[in-house]
Design a protein around this ligand. Structure first.
Ligand code: HEC
Length: 203
């Protein structure tokens, strides 16, 4: 009897141990891999999700951003019409201290053209001083600065050979060639007064 009981007990204990061992190992294995896999998966997903979310968030705002810009044209046309009628940037702006204030006359520019056609034509065409390039390079300086630059360097074969008044007339011609609007006052042959007239070029 005791042997049988012992055998039963032993087998029962073994069975329990095996069962417990299987159960433990099985749970342990089944839990840890799922946990391990779920964590990486969770992390991967969260990472992937985070990126896609961000990436999706970018496209999403980008998409809303384009609709606003699509609606912005509605706002732009509203703002565009204002500047157009309000300011032709190249129109006369009396008293603004720039060459757009009507600072030379057509007659003065004609005198300057006549001087150019004698003194400068050997090396220059009018196109040399048109199109805004020269005025753009002198933007922020005064007409006095432009006149002094020309006077000190041109004509190349005799800088300063002309009268100061003639250089000023040439400056008027240069303004005309760049479609700066003429006015009713001539550029004065006075360096101090010319230093009060600021050069810029508006497109
Ligand atoms: C003998 C040839 C010659 C004559 C005459 C001459 N120039 Fe020039 N001019 C040049 C050359 C060459 C340059 C370019 C110099 C340089 O870039 O350093 C130049 C440059 C200039 C520039 C600068 C252009 C720029 O874009 O920076 C002006 C302005 C100018 N000349 C005005 C005149 C005027 C005004 C006259 C007539 C009074 C005149 N030149 C007569 C040869 C001449």
């Amino acid at each position: 009897m005791t042997v049988v009981l012992k055998a039963i007990c032993a087998s029962a204990i073994l069975a329990i141990m095996v069962a417990c061992g299987d159960a433990e190992s099985g749970q342990g294995e089944s839990q840890s891999p799922p946990v391990a896999s779920s964590l990486p998966d969770g992390e991967d997903h969260s990472n992937h999700l985070a990126d896609p979310v961000v990436a999706a968030a970018d496209p999403a705002p980008a998409a809303p951003a384009s609709p606003p810009s699509a609606t912005a044209p509605a706002a732009e046309p509203a703002s565009e019409p204002e500047p157009e009628p309000e300011t032709d940037p190249r129109a006369l702006t009396p008293g603004d201290g720039t060459i757009y204030a009507g600072v030379y006359t057509e007659a003065q520019a004609a005198r300057g053209q006549a001087i150019q056609e004698v003194e400068c034509v050997a090396c220059h065409t009018p196109r040399d001083w048109a199109g805004g390039r020269l005025l753009t390079s002198f933007t922020g300086q005064s007409v006095s600065g432009l006149v002094e630059h020309i006077r000190s360097t041109m004509p190349l074969d005799g800088p300063g050979r002309l009268d100061y008044e003639q250089y000023v007339d040439i400056a008027a011609r240069i303004l005309q060639l760049n479609e700066i609007p003429a006015g009713s006052n001539e550029l004065p042959a006075d360096g101090n007064a010319l230093s009060e007239i600021r050069i810029e070029f508006r497109r």
